[in-house]
Design a protein around this ligand. Structure first.
Ligand SMILES: Cc1ncc(COP(=O)(O)O)c(C=O)c1O
Length: 381
């Protein structure tokens, strides 16, 4: 039986933006979490060279697996063997692999609400059941150990995301340790989505592997490495699940693109260029945080990492989808409605992505300020 899953509403707003652009409007795309910069220059150069010399067959780069394993030693001081690293076409298939190789159909997977739209939809598509835990302003937009301890019965698994999407919130080390403790006691398998690692503005995010070597960890070249369209990511499987993950990977997806693997290996050492993107995001974040009170947006999630600001717009609307559509029609600034991330309270939230240039952020703010002032002057919805 096919499972019904929700559409991605930001696509609807984005389509409006693209139609407006085709009709000549000036559009600033702040709806999706994707860097506007391309892959590092050296990675692109390597790809050009590979196109001329390589046959591009099915391939899993042993060099890239070893380099990713080294990242865990260098960045977190944990040991990951290259065999544990499964190269995938981005974090999305890595999530499919983790869910399908770790759980039985019908089992319950807990996750934060608000959260990345694909968690609940992928869980449903895998014939698992999503249990959303409300993680609003009252708990600092964090999925806590206490909330997991209170679930009755215990879920089979939990998805932890730090930094999180749509909030950017980083789970502190002590909370991650407490989560691991509860999960061990209650037999809950952890999937940790670490796709926004490397993009932190307050404290570096910790890998779940520092505290739980048996966690599944997913990551990607789409964010920090600025290679979203190359479709490359990875899954770290617990040592006793490597064979199962390999079997699922080779049957469901075979391999990620060879070209992306060659380029990705080079990208991993382009630290100077990649840290330059982080400097841009840091500036953009500060500009936006400074402007939020002038937009009347004072209730926002802690934007510790990633490149998002998730703001409560409940004083202006109870329909974030229509609100974001009106905003893009009036100003050309395209944003994501909260309903994508939170089916319960998302109608009163919106998300700004600041993975654009600083010039675009400045221009967006010049358009947003008068628009939000005008909306506020019209009073509550
Ligand atoms: C939290 C999170 N996880 C996973 C993904 C999927 O990324 P990709 O498949 O491009 O690696 C995204 C994309 O925006 C995301 O925000």
């Amino acid at each position: 039986m096919s499972v019904k899953i929700d559409p991605f509403h930001a696509m609807t707003i984005s389509k409006v933006a693209h139609d407006l652009k085709a009709a000549g409007a000036s559009i600033i795309h702040m709806e999706f979490g994707q860097p506007s910069t391309g892959a590092p220059a050296a990675a692109i150069a390597a790809a050009h060279q590979m196109l001329d010399t390589e046959a591009m067959g099915y391939w899993q780069s042993a060099g890239l697996k070893a380099r990713i394993a080294k990242l865990y030693a260098d960045r977190y001081g944990v040991t990951v063997t290259p065999d544990q690293v499964q190269l995938t076409c981005g974090a999305s298939p890595a999530l499919v692999l983790a869910l399908s190789s770790a759980f039985e159909p019908g089992e319950v997977i807990a996750m934060a609400r608000p959260g990345y739209v694909a968690y609940r939809n992928t869980v449903k598509a895998m014939h698992l059941r999503a249990q959303e835990i409300p993680c609003g302003a009252d708990v600092g937009f964090l999925l806590t150990a206490q909330a997991l301890a209170e679930l009755d019965p215990a879920p089979a698994g939990v998805i932890i995301a730090s930094p999180a999407n749509p909030t950017g919130t980083i789970t502190p080390k002590a909370e991650l340790q407490a989560i691991v403790k509860v999960c061990r006691e209650r037999g809950i398998r952890i999937i940790s989505d670490e796709i926004y690692h490397g993009l932190s503005y307050v404290e570096p995010a910790h890998s779940m592997l520092e505290f739980e070597p048996n966690a599944y960890v997913i990551n990607s070249f789409s964010k920090y490495f600025s290679m979203a369209g190359w479709r490359l990511g990875w899954l770290i499987s617990p040592p006793d699940r490597i064979e199962t993950s390999n079997a699922y990977m080779s049957n469901l997806f075979l391999t990620p693109p060879s070209l992306a693997q060659h380029a990705g290996l080079v990208a991993m050492d382009e630290t100077q260029e990649l840290e330059g993107h982080l400097d841009t995001y840091r500036t953009n974040r500060e500009l936006l945080l400074d402007a939020m009170p002038r937009l009347g947006l004072t209730r926002i999630a802690p934007p510790d990492g990633a490149f998002y600001i998730y703001a409560d717009i409940g004083h202006l609307t109870n329909d974030s989808l229509r609100f974001c559509e009106q905003l893009v029609r009036d100003t050309g600034v395209c944003t994501a409605p909260g309903v994508d991330f939170d089916p319960v309270d998302g109608a009163r939230f919106m998300r700004f992505s600041f993975a654009v240039s600083t010039a675009e952020v400045r221009e967006a703010l010049a358009r947003l300020e008068p628009w939000f002032k005008d909306r506020a002057s019209r009073g509550a919805p």
